[in-house]
Design a protein around this ligand. Structure first.
Ligand code: HEM
Ligand SMILES: *[C@@H]1O[C@H](CO)[C@@H](O)[C@H](O)[C@H]1NC(C)=O
Ligand SMILES: *[C@@H]1O[C@H](CO)[C@@H](O)[C@H](O)[C@H]1NC(C)=O
Ligand SMILES: *[C@@H]1O[C@H](CO)[C@@H](O)[C@H](O)[C@H]1NC(C)=O
Length: 357
């Protein structure tokens, strides 16, 4: 090969390599890796302003994050008819799916989100995962979840009983989640979502009661507070799926309590207590997997750059709520000592319901 030929080959190679680059400048000069991602910047602006109250981590964010799970988990390796995974079926067939017992309360956010998806001409499956990823990025210390676009807008309803209930045993939950492709450790990681969560339907007499005392920040507090000795029911006594909580106003799910103490999951649970960055990276990985259940990543376009970068966590470790001591921790991991946590000074903690926005 002459020098000239080599030069031509190299030049051609460079051109060929450069040609498929789809870098695009989108609205407000924002840059996307692929022109197909540009429209998601416009969806982002609309959601932050008109759904998430200007970029807050409030009720609509919590509900949108929950919806990513309830749509996606309609999926089974053993039974392809159980559902299409993260396919938007909970929005397409809302009258069917939101009436399943485990989905109680999801109808609100489905109806609120639907007009946004239609307005922007994006599939319901894409929209639900996008809204959850954007929403949780508003929470302090939050994750930055991968976002792949291009899910089909055509699908079929999921069957009932794909979504775990808080009254289910750990064995039943791990087996259902395993059938969808998740390991016990990944189930624990996904439950970091309950750090920004509250309930309306387990005990309907205490609307908006949170699962931990810092429900507007995506921190490891949930992993400590679920391990504290339960002392009270925050509302009108015991309900199915509820066990005693350690703090007035806080509701503890039976499933969270059991998973925190089960030998199959207790060590992963405990590992997050003083390691926020570990919790976030494991959550991001498990959420990325969940968001494409029923799809092949190769068929989708990576538009992750559209997801905002969340603010940093204030601390890498959770704390003991005021009024609690290390003796209140029901540490359940046999192979590692429970980390020593500092206690917030002041009078015993109690929590107020999530304010409706
Ligand atoms: C593994 C078993 C799980 C069970 C049994 C469970 C159960 C529940 C229950 C009973 C509620 C309260 C709903 C209400 O009464 O309004 C809730 C809320 C919530 N869940 Fe889960 N969950 C599980 C996993 C997940 C996962 C994987 C996610 C991840 C995205 C998630 C995200 C949420 C969020 C964000 C809320 C708060 C919703 C709000 O504040 O409006 N959950 N969960
Ligand atoms: C997706 O399907 C719904 C009907 O279930 C429809 O209202 C919506 O316009 C469709 N969106 C797209 C982008 O095709
Ligand atoms: C609270 O529970 C009691 C029984 O334990 C029941 O009679 C009462 O109606 C409940 N109150 C509300 C507001 O649900
Ligand atoms: C957090 O977890 C990572 C990964 O296991 C580990 O490398 C790091 O040392 C941990 N940090 C703390 C503060 O324990």
């Amino acid at each position: 090969m002459s020098f000239k030929t080599i030069l031509v080959v190299v030049t051609l190679a460079v051109v060929a390599f450069a040609a498929p680059s789809k870098h695009a400048v989108c609205s407000q000069g924002r840059v996307a890796s692929n022109a197909a991602c540009c429209k998601w910047f416009d969806v982002l602006d609309d959601l932050q302003t008109n759904l998430f109250d200007g970029g807050e981590c409030g009720e609509e964010v919590h509900e949108s994050l929950r919806l990513t799970f309830h749509d996606a988990i309609g999926f089974s390796r053993a039974n392809p008819k159980a559902g299409g995974g993260a396919d938007g079926s909970i929005m397409h067939f809302a009258e069917t799916e939101t009436n399943f017992h485990a989905n109680l309360g999801t109808d609100d956010i489905v109806e609120i989100q639907r007009p946004f998806a239609i307005k922007h001409g994006v599939s319901f499956g894409d929209f639900i995962q996008f809204a959850g990823a954007v929403g949780v990025s508003n929470c302090g210390g939050g994750p930055r979840i991968q976002f792949l676009a291009g899910r089909s807008n055509t699908t079929f309803p999921a069957q009932d009983l794909t979504v775990p209930e808080p009254s289910d045993s750990v064995t039943k939950i791990l087996s259902r989640m395993g059938d969808a492709g998740f390991s016990p450790n990944e189930v624990v990681a996904l439950l970091a979502s309950h750090s920004v969560a509250a309930q309306d339907h387990v005990d309907p007499t205490i609307h908006g009661s949170p699962f931990d005392s810092t429900f507007s920040t995506f921190d490891a507090q949930i992993f400590v507070e679920v391990l504290l000795k339960g002392t009270l029911f925050p509302g009108n006594g015991s309900n199915p799926g509820e066990v005693m909580s350690p703090i007035p106003g806080e509701l503890r799910l039976e499933s969270d309590a059991a998973i925190a103490r089960d030998p199959r999951t207790a060590c992963e649970w405990q590992s997050f207590v003083d390691n926020h960055s570990l919790m976030v990276s494991r959550f991001e990985a498990a959420m990325a997997k969940m968001a494409i259940l029923g799809h092949n990543a190769r068929d989708l376009i990576d538009c992750s750059e559209v997801i905002p970068v969340p603010s940093k966590a204030k601390s890498n470790s959770a704390v003991l709520p005021a009024g609690k001591t290390m003796a209140d921790i029901e540490g359940s991991c046999r192979n590692a000592r429970f980390p020593t946590l500092s206690t917030i000074p002041g009078p015993a903690t109690s929590v107020a319901p999530v304010p409706p926005s």
